[in-house]
Design a protein around this ligand. Structure first.
Ligand SMILES: Cc1cc2nc3c(=O)[nH]c(=O)nc-3n(C[C@H](O)[C@H](O)[C@H](O)COP(=O)(O)OP(=O)(O)OC[C@H]3O[C@@H](n4cnc5c(N)ncnc54)[C@H](O)[C@@H]3O)c2cc1C
Length: 303
């Protein structure tokens, strides 16, 4: 791992924006009503190491999180959305995956078509090694520039350092703030790239409940032998499509999604998830782990 000291944190020109008792309902795709003690937006120029002190949580686009009604800590949202085209692509962590895919298309770079339609940021995608339709971040990432808030160093992690596996990476140990990522894409034919992107987006529209708030697939694929087992198929097999607690419901369109059909709370969602887990375990023997993370302190494990 290479340590670098290229960000001059002392040279801060802009002030951070701090908002108190701030609702993040519009900052999470489940549209859960959550008030946070402090909401801090930071950019590269005003990066302040001091914010990584008390209880905090790093927010991307909020598309893989579950929020309580109140979070007694600091939410840190990085807002640098720049994309740099050099020989390849460098994207700052607040860049939405859709923008990244469009930048790749514009520059005839192939490898990211699978990501088109995932409503996350580069930071959130690298964090959990996002993937779809046979692709994943691990296959296209060269290195990550980040801040280690335990050692207070800036560093570059190579793809190997990131220890990627299925929906997992070193970043889930909650030590790093991801600032930017260098991608390793290949030259391709823009017509083919565009066709693949549109095809993947259409598959999402056909199969997923994109009109209702959710966090995407709610359960990870269970670990099995050589044959892949899909959580959605197991849930459907158990007759749970449409099952509801409060305003949280197992989607009728895609059993792997839990959707918010009104004013669902974290309690509704977790109670429903527990029933799904127990029913699937009893009827099929598989235990389904949750994919989204409950907004809590950086040291807490994801559920
Ligand atoms: C409709 C829908 C479809 C989806 N489809 C897919 C899919 O096909 N494949 C898939 O993999 N996922 C999918 N998801 C889930 C989600 O979009 C991805 O997990 C995405 O990568 C999360 O990114 P985010 O920016 O929203 O992260 P957030 O939800 O904001 O955060 C998720 C985690 O990443 C951490 N994090 C975010 N940014 C940083 C950073 N800069 N530094 C350090 N940690 C950070 C957060 O602390 C948190 O622990 C879907 C979600 C929805 C709602």
């Amino acid at each position: 791992m290479l340590k670098v000291a290229e960000v001059n944190v002392a040279a801060q020109t802009k002030k951070m924006k701090i908002e108190k008792n701030f609702s993040i309902k519009k900052y999470n795709t489940f549209k859960l009503d959550c008030v946070v003690k402090e909401f801090v937006t930071i950019d590269t120029e005003n990066f302040d190491k001091n914010i990584f002190k008390d209880k905090f949580f790093i927010l991307g686009n909020g598309s893989n999180i579950l929020c309580p009604e109140y979070y007694d800590g600091v939410i840190i949202k990085y807002v640098n959305k720049n994309i740099v085209i050099n020989k390849n692509i460098t994207a700052y962590s607040a860049v939405l995956l859709n923008w990244l895919c469009l930048a790749a298309l514009k520059n005839s770079l192939t490898g990211l078509e699978w990501a088109y339609g995932i409503p996350g940021t580069v930071g959130g995608a690298v964090y959990m090694n996002a993937g779809a339709y046979g692709g994943e971040i691990a296959n296209v990432l060269k290195s990550v520039y980040c801040y280690n808030f335990e050692t207070h160093d800036f560093c570059v992690l190579s793809n190997k350092d990131c220890k990627f596996s299925y929906r997992n990476s070193i970043f889930m140990n909650k030590k790093y703030f991801i600032l930017s990522a260098d991608f390793d894409l290949k030259k391709g034919d823009p017509t083919e790239i565009k066709a693949k992107m549109n095809d993947n987006l259409q598959k999402r529209k056909d199969k997923q409940p994109m009109n209702l708030p959710s966090a995407g697939s709610f359960f990870k694929r269970p670990v099995s032998g050589d044959n892949p087992v899909y959580a959605a198929a197991l849930i459907e097999q158990c007759g749970l499509k449409g099952y509801k607690i409060g305003d949280a419901m197992v989607s009728e369109k895609h059993a792997g999604f839990i959707v918010n059909v009104g004013k669902a709370t974290l309690k509704d969602i977790l109670s429903l998830a527990e029933i799904v887990q127990k029913t699937v375990k009893d009827q099929t023997g598989y235990w389904l782990e949750l994919e989204p993370e409950v907004l809590c302190s950086p040291t807490s494990e994801s559920l």
